[in-house]
Design a binder for this molecule. Structure first.
Ligand SMILES: Cc1cc2nc3c(=O)[nH]c(=O)nc-3n(C[C@H](O)[C@H](O)[C@H](O)COP(=O)(O)OP(=O)(O)OC[C@H]3O[C@@H](n4cnc5c(N)ncnc54)[C@H](O)[C@@H]3O)c2cc1C
Length: 336
């Protein structure tokens, strides 16, 4: 049976959520189109994590243990992934579009003589009628992402080379539920020691900085854009506080230095799915919308009735935020 493989990225205490999300997505595609889901796990003494991957939806896990140095040596990871893929010949290989995934996917693609579609916001499987050869290809990965500065959502296909490799943005798909009754195969690969793979980078110490704001698990987000200006962000923070929510921002607001990058929502920021997303003084550029469109309820406040944000909003309020927000805050303070 054809295979979809997912590269399992390590977090501090297990497989990173971004990889579990991809295992969940691969599982859904596999059940629909008849694939086996495999995962590649590289590092030191990771057998428990392999079982975890199976509980989250993998049918088989391929472990490469290259000793303690294999945690950080990305050249070893590239070599190991390429070796496993050459032997197992999956049709599709997915990486999370994290710093590690973005570093690794092109290295693996070069070793395998195939391409990569980076930073996809969705992956689907379908047939592809090739206008060049007149041939129909089955089970093709549609690698969907904004392109040409966000003016077009492109569906990119790789009909002639295998595997079809894509990196997928974290936070797009949910982490699947864990099923501890699931069973699967675990295969260990002796691919040498990581220190044999000479890297020009030596990792001396790993320091993890905790995010200062947790937008991903926030139930309410009040986001501000260029229209808010620094004064507007005082009102946005106040509204977020009254509602018990977090503050988000467009890239324009982050670039202007009004909010730190941790708060940026969108293509080059975070993907969020709160119960309520309030966009204040944000025009609704596609690069912002891809990061918040799956929110359960979207409310937009903008003084331009033609602003594209109103196309994705469930409720729209046309008005000056400096007039609307103080009234809203005052009303909420009285009722909350
Ligand atoms: C590769 C790439 C990646 C990108 N990644 C991101 C990303 O991750 N996130 C992101 O947000 N953008 C991203 N962008 C930028 C994106 O294209 C837009 O430029 C940006 O989203 C615009 O931000 P904005 O809506 O705050 O500003 P603007 O587009 O300038 O919109 C400001 C809005 O405020 C309204 N307004 C002004 N005054 C008021 C007022 N007093 N009351 C009410 N409304 C008012 C205006 O009508 C307008 O609609 C990216 C772009 C590229 C090319």
């Amino acid at each position: 049976m054809d295979k979809i493989f997912v590269y399992a990225e390590a977090a501090e205490e297990g497989v990173a959520d971004c990889s579990l999300e991809l295992v969940g997505r691969a599982r859904a595609l596999a059940d629909q189109h008849g694939f086996v889901v495999g995962s590649i796990l590289i590092g030191h003494e990771l057998r428990n994590w392999a079982t975890e991957l199976i509980h989250y939806g993998a049918d088989e896990v391929h472990i490469v243990d290259g000793g303690p140095a294999s945690t950080t040596n990305m050249l070893f990871h590239a070599k190991a992934v390429a070796e496993v893929v050459k032997a197992e010949a999956p049709e599709i290989l997915l990486f999370p579009a994290t710093i590690t995934g973005r570093d690794l996917a092109p290295r693996v693609a070069v070793r395998l003589g195939t391409g990569v579609t980076a930073d996809c916001t969705s992956v689907e499987i379908g047939t592809y009628d090739d206008p060049l050869t007149g041939k129909r290809y089955e089970k093709i990965l549609y690698q969907i992402r904004p392109t040409f500065g966000g003016t077009v959502m492109a569906a990119i296909v790789t009909p002639y080379h295998r595997p079809q490799i894509a990196t997928v943005r974290p936070g797009i798909y949910p982490v699947p539920s864990k099923d501890e009754t699931r069973t699967g195969q675990i295969k260990e690969w002796p691919i040498g020691r990581a220190e044999e793979e000479k890297s020009c980078i030596e990792v001396l110490e790993v320091k993890r900085e905790k995010r200062k704001v947790d937008l991903k698990s926030a139930r309410i987000i009040v986001s501000g854009g260029r229209g808010a200006k620094p004064e507007g962000f005082k009102l946005i923070k106040e509204l977020a506080e009254v509602l018990g929510g977090e503050v988000g921002a467009s890239r324009a607001a982050v670039d202007a230095g009004w909010m730190p990058y941790d708060h940026q929502v969108g293509l080059s920021g975070q993907t969020v799915k709160p119960d309520v997303y309030i966009a204040v003084g944000i025009s609704g550029a596609i690069q912002h919308v891809v990061g918040m469109k799956d929110s359960k309820l979207i409310i937009a406040i903008n003084n331009d009735p033609e602003a594209p944000i109103f196309k994705v909003a469930d409720y729209g309020l046309v008005g000056d935020l400096f007039v609307v927000l103080p009234k809203l805050i005052e009303r909420l303070k009285r009722t909350c």
